[in-house]
Every structure is written in C-alpha cells, then in structure tokens.
Design a protein around this ligand. Structure first.
Ligand code: PLP
Length: 377
C-alpha cells in the first residue's frame, strides 16, 4: 500500500507505513501540546503519564520486566550508539554484517566473521572472547536488514556470558516480524526502532538491564533515567507505544508473507536459474528476499523497477541515495561483482499476491531486456 501514489511498495525493511491508529494517537497528543515531561505543572504531569504509558507498551512488546529500563532515543541508530558507546571499559566485538550504526559506533571493534549464509561464526567468536578474557561487549543483530537472516542470539548470549561479557542485539528489523522475548534471548541490551513496524520515524529505544553500567553519550538534562538528555519526543513516543501494542497483529501475517516470498523466489529461479537468493537455506525473516540478477547492476534494476512503479532497494543503499556494494554480502563471501547485482525485496503486512505477481512480471521483463534468455516453462 502506498498513500501517495499507486506505487507497489516492496521496501518495508527501509520503513513502513504508519498505522492509522498510530497516526490518530499522535494527532491526539499533538492537539494536547504544550507538553514537556520535565515540567512539574499539570501539563508536565500529563506528558509524563503519556511517556510512561508508552514505555510499558514497549517493554511488553519484548517481554521486558522491572529488571530492565526502556530508554527512549531519537531513533534506532541512537539506541545502537548508546549501547556501544555507553558501556565503558569493555572491548567491543561486532559481527561483520551489522548495520552501520553499530559498525561505525565501534571503529576499533574486533569483527566477527559470518558463514556463507550470513550467520555469525560461533567458533571464531569464542576464540576472540578467549583472547579478551572477560570485559567484552558483543553486538550481534537478531535479523539482518538486507537478507533477513536470523542469528542464533540465545546461543550467542550464553557464550558471551560464559566468558563474563555483555551482549547487545540490534533487534530493529526483527520486531513485529518474529516473536521476541528479551529473557528468552538472554541479552543484556536490545535496540528497537518504531518506524520498522508501523510507528513513526525518529523514535527508538534501547532496552537495557539495570545491572549494566550504562553512561549517557550526550550531555544535558536528566531525562530518560539520566541516560538520554533532551526533551522527549512525546508525539513520537505516543505513536511508538501504540505501534508496539499493535505489533503483535503483524505476526498473524507471517505465514502468508512467507508463502508469497517463497513463491516469488521459486518463480524467479524457474525463469532464470542463474538468479541467486542469499540466505535461502537458513532461518530468515518471512518478508525479506535478497536476489541477484546476474549481469545487471542493482542501481539499474532499482531505476527500472521504479519506472515500472515498484519500490524495492539495494540492501546497500546508503543515506546519500547512492548504491554501494553490500558489506553484508561481501562478508558472506559473495563476490563484489555478484553483490553489485543484488536487490532487496521486503514485503509488508499489506503486500498482496497481485503486487508480488506484478513484481515477478517486471523482473522477467527487465531480465529479458538485458538480453537474457528466460527458461521455458
Ligand atoms: N539497525 C538496523 C538493522 C536497521 O535496519 C536500521 C534501519 O534501517 C537501523 C539499525 C537504524 O534505525 P533508524 O532508522 O531508526 O535509525
């Protein structure tokens, strides 16, 4: 669904449409302003009540209890930065396929490789942990934004704790797509971003166990337990709370999305056996597919699909809008040439079968226009 044009929107890992109930809740709070939760007067107390109500909903979404803090931030990127820079005196280990908000927040980190399917190599992780002898902060994402590949976080958390380390997971792509429980995962910190599951852009949260000695990474007021200075984005936080409450609804679409995704991949490979799907043999998010169209650069594909009214992305699109070769695929051992031909298709809860068929048809046309032969049925 796209509310601006008739475009077929298959880029839900980039961002999702705000759910109507979320927009309504945000509008209602907007109409209540001025609201600053630091004020002691009635308006301030109302602001605090709105924030605390949203905090409970976000905690519930990931099964956090009183042993954890939900710290609202300006986005998922900030939550990841807080998790990494806010823990002092620890050596950092991150996986090679992390989002840049993790990789760039820890330029001196030990990089843990992944296997050809994009899953963290536990043996190498153990070796690095041994060399660091405790005091390690490990950050491994739950689900990858480009391929959808899901890491065995529970196992990783057990390993990290065995060596006395701290484990953070970037769960930003996983929330609203798989069930998440912070206790079952066994992690110490977890990042969430509202706009990936029907909430607004510009609001995220770091959920951190109280026992983790976390310091603020920006100076100012004492908001958010003294861990995130700055007047709270109350309108965004209210929307985040409602999106968190509704995220459970998204899970009902999982099997439908998985069936459509598998059908799409099967059709494409049947048309073009040289097409490559990344992470296909491992546990992946049901909505995500990362596919190479050999010989045709991702940038060209994105433009052609856009002209055909279909929004997809190269997993490696950076904020400048330029398409770069994907560090995720390269970490999986994919050649640079092949990685440059990969695009990401990410369905949303509103994606329909007709839209998927239109995408397959467009893929076929583009492949043929590039002078490639379609395999006869
Ligand atoms: N981590 C992952 C895995 C993501 O996919 C994204 C967004 O693309 C982020 C972090 C950053 O989140 P935000 O856009 O809220 O800063």
């Amino acid at each position: 669904m796209n509310r601006i044009t008739d475009i077929i929107y298959l880029d839900n890992n980039a961002t999702t449409a705000i759910k109507p109930a979320v927009a309504e809740a945000m509008h209602a709070v907007m109409m209540l302003t001025p609201l600053n939760a630091s004020s002691v007067h009635t308006n301030g107390r109302e602001a605090k009540r709105i924030i605390e109500s949203a905090r409970k909903k976000v905690a519930k979404l990931i099964g956090a209890n009183e042993d954890s803090l939900v710290i609202f931030t300006s986005c998922g990127t900030e939550a990841n930065n807080l998790a990494i820079k806010g823990v002092k005196g620890y050596k950092t280990i991150v996986s090679a396929t992390e989002h840049f908000s993790v990789l760039k927040a820890s330029p001196d980190a030990h990089i843990c490789p992944v296997d050809k399917n994009g899953i963290v190599d536990l043996k190498v992780l153990e070796r690095i942990l041994k060399t660091l002898s405790g005091k390690a902060l490990v950050s491994v994402m739950l689900a990858n934004n480009e391929t959808g590949v899901i890491n065995p976080i529970k196992e990783i958390a057990e390993l990290v704790h065995k060596f006395g380390g701290i484990i953070h997971t970037d769960a930003i792509q996983a929330v609203g797509k798989i069930e998440i429980n912070i206790d079952e995962l066994g992690v110490d910190m977890l990042s969430v971003s509202a706009h990936k599951f029907g909430g607004p852009v510009g609001v995220g949260a770091l959920i951190a166990r109280k026992k983790i000695a976390l310091s603020a990474i920006q100076n100012g007021g004492e908001q958010e337990f003294g861990l995130r200075a700055g007047t709270e984005n109350i309108i965004g936080i209210a929307g985040f709370g409602v999106a968190a409450e509704l995220a459970i609804e998204n899970l009902a679409s999982t099997e439908r999305l998985r069936d459509m995704r598998n059908y799409m991949e099967k059709e494409i490979v049947a048309l073009a056996p040289e097409a490559k799907i990344y992470g296909e043999s491992v546990n992946r998010l049901a909505n995500t597919s990362c596919i190479s169209m050999p010989g045709i650069k991702a940038e060209t594909q994105l433009i052609e699909f856009d002209l055909a009214g279909i929004a997809v992305s190269s997993g490696s699109a950076c904020s400048s809008g330029k398409v770069k070769s994907s560090h995720v695929l390269e970490a999986m051992g994919v050649t640079k040439e092949q990685a440059e031909t990969a695009i990401r298709i990410s369905f949303g809860v509103d994606t329909t079968e007709d839209e998927v068929n239109s995408f397959i048809e467009a893929w076929k046309k583009l492949y043929q226009r590039a002078g490639k032969q379609i395999k006869a049925a």
